[in-house]
Design a binder for this molecule. Structure first.
Ligand SMILES: Nc1ncnc2c1ncn2[C@@H]1O[C@H](COP(=O)(O)OP(=O)(O)OP(=O)(O)O)[C@@H](O)[C@H]1O
Length: 310
């Protein structure tokens, strides 16, 4: 058994009647890693997170969490905390009372003020949870999960409803937790969040893993992407792009921006030429992120394979 791995899943299958929600899932999550789960609606993300939290048991397969094989009991494995389908809170209690009640249930002292501060709820600490917005409830749920000092934190769509300040707090909490050696598995439909937070992602489609690994592997795959460039001299940039091998200039105007289709080596060559010609590069970014491009390509491919098989 590998204790350096927070999660090791092999051949996990889970059905609800006729519906195969998970179909032979393998998953590896290292300690200290923030791992993203992504996939279209109904892909099986929540079902998988529920198994990690001990809310359900797999029909087949082997699941090890924090070095221990998960049995058939419906209970969160030791060291695991989190939530699916929104956090469970006491609506008539304040944020502070919610955390105090949970700490008392566990018979432990907890740094409640510090936790409220970490998730950015200090100003509303004495407001009742039933008046909280979705983003505030998510953050209180995160603070509640942190009460147990988890070694594996499991979160279903933690970014739902977060404003930019809330997002900054949540990202800060998760990043610090991972830096201290805990692991985080979270699902999201927000590619920008996953790219900002996760070192590895697993893409699920109709209950199967279609990709699992580092984000850099997705970006480095041999796939042409469209890039948007803002430069100090748009006409010169357009001319140089047209003269660079492997660069396709995408038609249509986006203000002063130049949009090119290229693999990374050709893009590198273009940037070098621009700089050598004295054209300053002010912005360069993929029009659609590598993760989103891979997500669409991989999940659509899976969908088409299924249709062909029917
Ligand atoms: N309790 C249940 N009873 C019956 N079917 C279920 C149950 N839970 C999930 N399913 C089915 O299992 C499949 C996977 O659902 P799941 O909620 O895990 O997907 P998801 O990837 O989290 O989707 P979303 O992005 O919409 O949240 C779906 O077809 C869903 O309808």
């Amino acid at each position: 058994m590998d204790r350096r791995r927070a999660i090791r899943a092999r051949g996990i299958t889970k059905c609800f009647g006729e519906v195969v929600a998970l179909d032979g899932i393998d998953l590896d999550v290292a300690q200290g890693q923030i791992h993203g789960l992504v996939g279209p609606n109904g892909a099986g993300k929540t079902t998988l997170l529920g198994l990690l939290l001990g809310l359900a048991v797999a029909d087949r397969g082997r699941l090890e969490i924090l070095g221990t094989a998960v049995g058939r009991a419906l209970a969160a494995p030791d060291g695991v905390a989190g939530f699916v389908d929104g956090p469970g809170l006491y609506p008539s209690l304040t944020a502070r009372q919610n955390l105090a009640a949970l700490a008392a249930l566990r018979g432990q002292d907890a740094p409640i003020d510090e936790l409220l501060d970490q998730v950015g709820l200090t100003d509303v600490a004495d407001d009742r949870a039933n008046g909280f917005s979705l983003g505030m409830r998510q953050r209180l749920g995160l603070a509640a999960a942190l009460l147990t000092k988890p070694r594996l934190l499991v979160l279903d769509e933690p970014s739902n409803g977060l404003d930019p300040a809330g997002k900054k707090h949540v990202h800060g909490v998760l990043t610090r937790l991972a830096a201290q050696g805990a692991s985080v598995v979270l699902s999201s439909h927000r590619m920008d969040d996953l790219e900002a937070l996760c070192s590895e992602v697993t893409i699920l489609a109709t209950g199967r893993v279609v990709f699992s690994g580092p984000l850099s592997k997705l970006a480095a795959e041999n796939r042409e992407l469209d890039y948007r460039l803002l430069t100090s001299d748009p006409p010169a940039a357009r001319r140089l792009a047209g003269e660079t091998a492997g660069i396709g200039v995408v038609a249509g105007h986006d203000g002063d921006a130049l949009v090119v289709r290229a693999l990374v080596p050709a893009l590198d060559a273009l940037v070098v030429r621009l700089v050598q010609a004295g054209v300053a590069l002010r912005e360069l970014a993929p029009v659609v992120s590598p993760l989103e491009t891979a997500f669409l390509a991989l999940t659509e491919a899976q969908h088409t394979e299924q249709e062909d098989g029917e």
